[in-house]
Design a protein around this ligand. Structure first.
Ligand code: ATP
Ligand code: MG
Length: 420
């Protein structure tokens, strides 16, 4: 991508009400634009990151047998009345049609997916199966001061699994847990994300959250350094904190962001919708369910909260908008500048041919200082500079965003270094 054509604009400051680090940096670097509190546009740079997160999630959920579907965001009232959540859930946005009917905007999809599954699969032979979508949710959240961490409109991956018995649900639940660890490792949050025991409500003793430790977190967790798991303060209270696995009383209190959760719903929704299956013995029995969520924007926001410095964002390689930020710096000498431009453009093309994604800062009228500042702000993992100093040696300056050291690398060695 030529930076001269990229739809973005960096800024030094953002509005004072934008308090969170993720919204500040993502806005200043031109990744997102705020429409109103809790509602953002993803600009080209931001959308590239979003798509990479989406694809990682898709790959790992496909790998545990999830089948992707896309359910509507606009819902009728009736299934929500069946479960009692139409009246009970204040976060649900509700709207009236001009013809008088009541509709709601989906903030989760148990009320849609359960009747859907019931329509299609009813024999023990059909089970187990799992359906998921990556789709927009709407929630009338009270506190929307955390940028992408808490939106009123946001993308979620929601997976629902259907089983004929608890053992099967338990097995699948463990598989999804592993898939979640893979996902959080790949997006770069693995080191700081802990399986956290949280309240399971009426159906099971615990549910599990995946909590990323950072000062920006809204949740408080107690972390066991031995087991590398945590418990959420909400369920255990401050008084009797101890590790649910080893009993360790020496837990570390941390702020954390819930980036995902997994939940055994058991028969909560299948009972409400009368979803049974016909077993081998010909008898009708209750289907049971699990549900599993990850917020895409919340993951992106959490990554920025964890990976930044005073100069800007530091993207983990697998979700960076580009692999390389290639920058041409002018010398002031016309013939030398032509050479710099040609070398840089040739490198841009050859890297792209090798499948490396390059943002090429080809802008003519922009100073070296501004180019370098913007590069740090945007946070692409590798920066390559071709300038007067490097071009005479047929080289480029190679620097990683998370390192202070730069080195001169021969241009014909760069692709290998990047793919290495
Ligand atoms: P929280 O306690 O933070 O409000 P939740 O319990 O309401 O989260 P779920 O309904 O289980 O969350 O949603 C599944 C996932 O969707 C969460 O783990 C989180 O990653 C994401 N998520 C939930 N609410 C939001 C939101 N308002 N904005 C962005 N992502 C969200
Ligand atoms: Mg919530």
């Amino acid at each position: 991508m030529l930076q001269s054509k990229l739809f973005y604009k960096t800024s030094k400051e953002v509005s004072v009400e934008e308090k969170s680090v993720n919204a500040q940096l993502l806005t200043r670097a031109g990744f997102i634009d705020k429409l109103m509190a809790g509602v953002y546009t993803f600009l080209p740079l931001g959308f590239k990151v979003y798509k990479k997160i989406e694809n990682i999630i898709r790959e790992e959920i496909n790998a545990v047998g999830g089948q992707e579907i896309l359910m509507p965001a606009l819902h009728p009232k009736e299934p929500w009345e069946t479960t009692g959540r139409w009246a009970a859930v204040r976060e649900m946005f509700k709207t009236k049609s001009q013809t008088g009917g009541d509709y709601g905007l989906g903030w989760t999809h148990e009320e849609i997916v359960t009747p859907l599954a019931k329509k299609f699969f009813n024999s023990y032979k059909d089970f187990p199966f799992a359906l998921y979508q990556i789709q927009t949710k709407f929630r009338d959240e009270l506190r929307v001061k955390s940028g992408l961490l808490r939106g009123r409109e946001f993308a979620m991956k929601d997976l629902y699994s259907f089983h004929t018995n608890e053992k099967d649900l338990d097995n699948y639940y463990e598989k999804v847990k592993e898939a979640y660890f893979k996902i959080f490792n790949r997006v770069g949050l693995g080191q700081r994300t802990y399986l956290t025991f949280a309240s399971g409500g009426a159906f099971s003793k615990y549910s599990h959250e995946f909590q990323t430790v950072t000062p920006a977190g809204e949740d408080i967790i107690y972390l066991c350094d031995k087991c590398k798991i945590a418990v959420n303060k909400e369920i255990i209270g401050e008084s009797k904190e101890s590790c649910v696995q080893c009993g360790n009383k020496n837990l570390k209190e941390e702020k954390a962001i819930e980036v995902g959760n997994i939940f055994k719903l058991k028969d909560k929704f299948t009972k409400a919708f009368g979803y049974n299956f016909k077993d081998k013995d010909g008898k009708e029995k209750q289907v049971i369910m699990g549900c599993y969520g990850i917020g895409l924007g919340r993951v992106m926001g959490a990554v920025v909260e964890v990976y930044h410095d005073k100069d800007g964002i530091i993207w983990p390689p697998e979700i960076a908008p580009y692999n390389v930020h290639l920058i041409a710096l002018k010398s002031g000498d016309d013939s030398l500048d032509k050479k710099i431009e040609k070398k840089t453009f040739d490198l841009y093309e050859s890297l792209q041919k090798k499948g490396i994604e390059v943002l090429y800062d080809d802008r003519q009228e922009v100073s070296a200082g501004v180019k370098l500042k913007e590069s740090d702000l945007i946070g692409i993992p590798v920066r390559l500079i071709i300038s007067e100093k490097t071009v005479v040696k047929d080289s480029a300056e190679f620097k990683k965003r998370d390192s202070k050291d730069a080195e001169l690398v021969k241009i014909n060695k760069i692709a290998k270094l990047l793919n290495g």
